[in-house]
Design a protein around this ligand. Sequence first.
Ligand code: XMP
Length: 323
Amino acid sequence: NWTTGNVIEEQVAAIREQVGDRRAICGLSGGVDSAVAAALVQKAIGSQLTCVYVDHGLMRKGETEQVEKDFVAATGVQLKVVDAEERFLKALAGVSDPEEKRKIIGREFIRVFEQAQAEIIADQGPAVEFLVQGTLYPDVVESGGGTGTANIKSHHNVGGLPEDLEFKLIEPLRKLFKDEVRMVGQELGLPDEIVQRQPFPGPGLGIRIVGEVTKERLDLLREADAIAREELTAAGLDRDIWQCPVVLLADVRSVGVQGDGRTYGHPIVLRPVSSEDAMTADWSRLPYDVLARISTRITNEVRDVNRVVLDVTSKPPGTIEWE
Ligand code: XMP
């Protein structure tokens, strides 16, 4: 019979057997799957595991700290953080085409990760033979992967990392569904903010700025996004919605009146959706008072934003993300 306790025990034994006295590397994305996979492997082999977190500067407010502090505190994992914000911003400078952005972010990510990998091997020697991946059962079933959204946008995530054939894979979540992964994560003592996190795209806020990605725009979007998340959580709506992208229309301006003057600022789009699997989605009918609070706070608290709009498009025809 299936219990999270059994799954953990079984996997820990299997991983110990597979790895022996050798070493493993795991990329952390801030998402549920890589966090739970890493925690499981950590439980099995402890300091023989080294995790790598690439900070591309495109994360939401507080997310990098969650990995650096809360995840490490909960698991005791050995973590190498690579601060690559400048590198990503430089590579993205002047680019506003969505596909081009995705490709640049994916490419830089692999480069930075491979460099970190090489450093770990230089440090720890050839015993580093394994790469941990948070592959879930639905990923296995869909393997070959060419269905649905993958055709429309070039997806990037930590699961799709270096096709480095020299590494042997450890995939402790291969038999699990998302809700089971969350239960295992909870049982392993991971913080709720990580275990219950809603889906967030690998390219991060880089594909939630319509227009060029700059540090200033990212900071602005981070503030708006944090307000929306805070209010949705306070209203108890996290379980009702699948996710709520917050998008900055950086290339659009509109006239507003704030304080005692005319403003010419940018709109923020709220894109709350309900979905089962992200292949199709409907826009969430959020309570008006919650939308009102989010709108008032964003226009009051975020500089250069003078309008908040609601996306009422289902998928199809709209995708969940704007880019
Ligand atoms: P779309 O916009 O295609 O998004 O309707 C479907 C789901 O996938 C997420 N998404 C991504 N996840 N890497 C990811 O790991 C990506 O490149 C990526 N692009 C979109 C999106 O947030 C939604 O949940």
